[in-house]
Design a protein around this ligand. Sequence first.
Ligand SMILES: Nc1ncnc2c1ncn2[C@@H]1O[C@H](COP(=O)(O)OP(=O)(O)OP(=O)(O)O)[C@@H](O)[C@H]1O
Ligand SMILES: [Mg+2]
Length: 525
Amino acid sequence: MNHRPEPGDAPHLPIGAGEEVLRGSLRVEGISKSFGGSRALDDVSLTVRPGSVHALCGANGAGKSTLIKVIAGLEHADTGVIELDGEPVRVANPRHAADLGLGFIHQELNLVPTFSVLRNLAMGSGRTGRWGQLDLRRLSRDAVVVLERLQADISLSAQVDKLSVADRWMVSLARSLMRPARFIAMDEPTASFTDDEAHRLIKVIDELTSTGVGILYVSHRLDEVLSISDEITVFRNGRLVTTLAARETDRAALTTHIVGREVERVVASEQGDPGGTERAVRLRALGLSRSPHVLNASFDVKVGEIVGIAGLVGAGRTELARLLVGADRATAGRMELDGAGYAPRSPHQAIRSGVALVPEERRSQGLVLTGSVEDNLAMAEHGAARRTLRPFSPRRSRRTAEALIERFAIKTRSSRTAVHLLSGGNQQKAVVGKYVRTGPGLLVMDEPTVGVDVGARAEIYRIIGELASDGTSVLVISSDFEELAICHRVLVMRAGRIIAEVPASQFDKDHLTALSFGAPDAEEA
Ligand SMILES: Nc1ncnc2c1ncn2[C@@H]1O[C@H](COP(=O)(O)OP(=O)(O)OP(=O)(O)O)[C@@H](O)[C@H]1O
Ligand SMILES: [Mg+2]
């Protein structure tokens, strides 16, 4: 890290304090890896120094996760070596990686959803008692220490699938800290975090590096990468483009390295006319409630308007979205769509009324992972065909799939490739594409660009703008307050209520943050 703790700060010991913290650097040398005929990694070499953060950036499908999987022993490289302290090691499997002092937070959460938080953390501890039994008392104690360190207010007995997406990530993060490591690779750990949660993680990274731990850090959040890293390596199409000192580069230069060309930022003023008061109302919510998550929400979304919903994780934004698409039923209040009563009983019915949700948790909710890219893109098409009473045509389905793959630059070998073989960000793009395709009247997007690279992100914003100017209304829920700059208007939710409305002209990231936290002088409206 660039910023060391101040002298006088309490010493930050990793858990298992008293056990020796191992020191050393990790190097990969000449790593190549192909899947079928295509090269995911091509002769990649880099070094993660002890006590430093080495960031890995690159477009979706550039090979970042593949490198991490190779280091973790989840994939085996075709050629190349991994070295620890200058000694070559052959990482046979994830257990072996853990024994070598390597910790991981993978891009796909690999928690067991039906297990408790404690049982999931136990899987990271590698600690068993005399008869191979878990030493539960010691484990709980360590777990409490780790969660406190992350300032995560999560019960050890909670079942993981009952937690919010962000809390699940906290658990995954906690699990990687259950055992002292000399090196931790984090594959987009902050993707579902708000600024506040990301800051907590960054503080922990700071503590880890100050005790000599080396961090390999993958993120599409470039400002974050620039502020926490010492070195940044950029991959493009499996090749290493460059390794830079973080303090000697900036966002624009980094973006150009990643995408291979310049990318402009999209803001609301470029999203066209939001439509004055004379525009018709598409969706009206009146006193909508589902206690305790959504309380008395009243708002309008006009035809062709892009409305953002800001707030902290747990503010009720996802729950509100679920009410809008019939995934949950309101306990009070009502909705109107284009002037008529609207009370969807299921997301299916909502789609038939022209209201679609791009869900936050895409892998489990948005995609059939074993299906092909084309099948997934066609699924929403089925719904749309039913709505427009147009017969479903497989030929048209393939053509539109191919057009979407091109439009979103989805990196896939063909439209017939199974979705689970795509990189994380390319899966995201497939979900967004799937719903955009249906040309709904109201599109609700829950964290639309999580895990999406900087180039594709600009493309998604452009597409949102196009949809809006074609008359689609868009609700964007986002923890990335910079992303909300594409909206004509932003509603702020806190503790289940809509507590403020900020027009694009008054848009300011810090103001939104203050409102979300409930800073006393933030609310003027
Ligand atoms: N098991 C696999 N079988 C076939 N292809 C794969 C497999 N795993 C990865 N790939 C391909 O390898 C390439 C690199 O994928 P990888 O997941 O490493 O990308 P990434 O840089 O992590 O992208 P993202 O930012 O989207 O997470 C992609 O084209 C992906 O489709
Ligand atoms: Mg990845």
